[in-house]
Ligand binder design. Structure first.
Ligand code: ADP
Length: 260
């Protein structure tokens, strides 16, 4: 009886056993549904830019290439769609690497201020494009035993969202520590999120406004990646948001249990 679902139930614990069996089947069914939903979502998300690229290439081949202005506009669109595909594939690979816990033995004591500085360096071109100030508040001596790239990605994803969904104002990145945890807070003065959406944000490909997310270069996987990293570290995510005023994402990472 390698498969516990088919294991015989001893009569003395019959009720308990039955309950367990039902839960097991439900969990497996749920997992299967989640997997097939994910595959069909991924297929759809990959197909959209591909269809657009193929359409513009065909139009170019059918003569549009002769009109320099039109050709240049179409090439720009092909460029944007190719970039979207690249980001999507990168995010899908990241998710799968985190899920498979690849690289998790690579834990070191990392200085949080230096991780945050690297994040800002990476996002600087995007920050410069917008009318936003980014303030950082972190003590130089805060360290965390973690995989540097994972925690960097977590902060990049939260900060990138703060930039994408903030027209003007400021973004604050705060890192502090309590006895038990490292606390990372990314706040913005952006569009905010309605309460009803908050529990669903960490679902793969869930977006409050699909059009806006696509226009801003979002893949719909950013917060799902954040959630996976946080659960690797047995941490917690909290979200406070007021429509039109802004959003705060707060991540609490326990110091003791590093990776599960
Ligand atoms: P995306 O790539 O679309 O940004 P995410 O998984 O990172 O995907 O985020 C999911 C959705 O949550 C976004 O589409 C957006 O609607 C919402 N969201 C995330 N962060 C913020 C934020 N700081 N302000 C407002 N909305 C946000």
């Amino acid at each position: 009886y390698a498969n516990p679902i088919f294991a015989p139930i001893r009569s003395s614990i019959k009720n308990m056993g039955t309950l367990l069996v039902i839960r097991d089947i439900t969990d497996i069914k749920k997992l299967e549904t989640m997997r097939s939903d994910f595959v069909s979502n991924v297929t759809h998300e990959l197909n959209t830019p591909l269809t657009s690229i193929r359409g513009f290439v065909d139009t170019l081949k059918n003569g549009a290439i002769k009109d320099e202005k039109v050709a240049s506009r179409f090439l720009d669109i092909i460029d944007i769609e190719t970039e979207r595909l690249t980001l999507l594939i990168q995010d899908i690979l990241s998710l799968s690497a985190i899920e498979n816990m690849e690289d998790e033995k690579n834990n070191n004591v990392n200085n949080m201020a230096s991780i945050i500085n690297e994040v800002i360096e990476i996002l600087n071109p995007k920050i410069k494009d917008r009318k936003i100030n980014v303030n950082i508040q972190v003590n130089d001596d805060i360290t965390y035993n973690c995989n540097r790239n994972r925690i960097k990605q977590l902060i990049i994803n939260l900060t990138d969202n703060a930039i994408k969904y903030t027209e003007k104002g400021h973004i604050d990145i705060i890192c502090k520590e309590s006895d038990a945890s490292i606390i990372i807070e990314v706040s913005d003065t952006g569009i905010g999120i309605e309460e009803e959406h908050i529990p669903r944000l960490i679902e793969r490909f869930y977006r409050v406004d699909k059009g806006r997310s696509r226009n801003m270069g979002g893949t719909g996987l950013g917060l799902s990646i954040v959630k996976h990293i946080v659960s690797l570290y047995n941490g917690k995510i909290e979200v406070d948001s007021i429509i039109g005023e802004g959003t705060t994402f707060r991540v609490l990472l326990p110091k003791k249990s590093s990776v599960k």
